[in-house]
Design a binder for this molecule. Structure first.
Ligand SMILES: *Cc1c(COP(=O)(O)O)cnc(C)c1O
Length: 415
């Protein structure tokens, strides 16, 4: 047995250090399906509490939609539980192929390849299409999974300041000697809820002959008039070379992801992307669920329309109550608290008032920018939002932060 007391002490010390710094992550156990109302056990062993969920990625409320559950049941009956194989050996069913065609149509691309997750799509895509003669130029706030994918690729890496198009242009000029250039961004940024300037990025990519990759995980299904994503909102459908996205958020919320885009790039991923080649296929039950989700979205924009109304209502309610918010127009509405401990205390007080919203602090967000990130869903009814607004107002009053500016909050609590 190699694991000895010395090793144990080393890790115990590190874990204690996380606790002492107040950044030890603790799970809350949900005893119900994902929905607007959930039943939570927290802390462990305490009795269940019914709370309003304000921090799920269940944007369209499809995680527990009866039609999706029914379709998943049928998928389970018709195609079995597991495939016990990666895609390229014996892990591809007709429904995997059908889903790839349906996603392609939905996103308005040329082709699609499924991955076990979007994290895997991002881990595999760069190394499959780029070499050491190329350069990747990414926004400084892209998602952690893109950063990991970039690390796994032999191409050179550079960054541009968040959404700063002049800075991006200077980087495109700087790297003009490279064989290929790829510009990389999130569509909607998950922590701030702001939208990439995809129209300008397409124009710059054209001007400097660069490819453009967009991770649209926080947009697919609900951003844009018919919910196709950030490229629809920005008027550049068909002009994004690679879109990566997840089925683990708005699109049913189970799991799975994809690379969708130019057909040669997708085919390169099918031949070379390692998570596609070496990790198990998406379970048939999930594929059947996502197929139904896309049918629902193709039939009507009701869900994303309601989500848009809910998000506007919520944003106005919090603004009127006197909170400091991050500007934006997506269902991601960050309530700024600046101080890490304050974000944890407010989250805890909200929980006691029946609202589940987690506080984020460094390193998940930049130092001094701690916040409660609220996320709105089409599953929320006005009564949920009103009750949550009451809870936020009560807690905001308790901590004396309503109507206060950023500077005043920092003076009271530090940052
Ligand atoms: C959630 C998220 C992912 C990861 O998606 P999974 O399918 O859960 O792996 C990737 N990129 C972004 C931008 C995300 O928000």
């Amino acid at each position: 047995m190699a694991y000895n007391d010395k090793m144990r002490a080393l890790y115990q010390e590190q874990l204690e250090g996380l606790k002492a710094a107040g950044i030890f992550k603790q799970e809350r156990y949900i005893h119900s399906p994902q929905a607007a109302d959930i039943e939570v056990e927290f802390p462990e062993g305490s009795s269940l509490r019914k709370v309003i969920n304000m921090c799920a990625n269940n944007y369209l409320g499809l995680s527990s939609h009866p039609d999706v559950i029914k379709a998943a049941h049928e998928g389970l009956d018709r195609r079995g539980y597991g495939m016990s194989s990666v895609r390229f050996i014996c892990g591809t069913q007709d429904i995997h192929h059908e889903l790839e065609k349906k996603v392609t149509e939905f996103l308005g691309t040329e082709g699609t390849l499924l991955f076990p997750s979007c994290m895997d799509a991002n881990a595999g895509v760069f190394e499959a299409v780029l070499t050491k003669d190329d350069v990747m130029i990414s926004d400084r706030l892209v998602h952690a999974s893109l950063i990991d994918g970039i690390r796994l690729c032999s191409a050179m890496h550079d960054t541009f300041k968040h959404s700063d198009m002049a800075h991006l242009e200077s980087k495109l000029q700087l790297h003009s000697d490279k064989r290929l250039k790829m510009v990389i961004t999130d569509g909607v940024f998950s922590m701030d809820g702001d939208t990439a300037k995809l129209d300008e990025m397409v124009a710059l990519s054209n001007k400097y002959e660069a490819m453009l990759l967009v991770d649209d995980s926080h947009a697919s299904g609900f951003i844009g008039k018919t919910g196709r994503g950030t490229h629809e909102k920005c008027g550049v459908m068909g002009k994004i070379d690679i879109i990566t996205t997840t089925f683990g958020k708005a699109l049913g919320g189970a799991s799975g992801g994809c690379v969708s885009g130019r057909k040669e790039l997708v085919e390169m991923c099918r031949q070379k992307a390692r998570p596609y080649l070496f990790s198990n296929t998406i379970a048939p039950v999930v594929v059947a669920g996502v197929l139904k989700v896309l049918d629902i979205l193709n039939a009507s924009t009701e869900g994303r329309d309601k989500l848009e109304r809910n998000a506007a209502y919520w944003r106005k309610g919090l603004t009127d109550a006197g909170f400091v918010l991050k500007e934006g127009d997506t269902p991601i509405v960050p309530v700024m608290l600046f101080n890490a401990k304050l974000s944890q205390d407010v989250s805890r007080a909200l929980y006691d008032e029946g609202v589940y919203a987690v506080g984020f602090f460094f390193p998940v967000v930049p130092q001094g920018q701690a916040r409660i990130r609220t996320q709105i869903s089409a599953a929320h009814e006005t009564r949920h939002l009103d009750k949550a607004l009451d809870a936020f107002t009560k807690v905001g009053t308790k901590f004396n932060i309503l109507g206060k500016t950023k500077q005043e909050i920092i003076e009271m609590y530090g940052n």
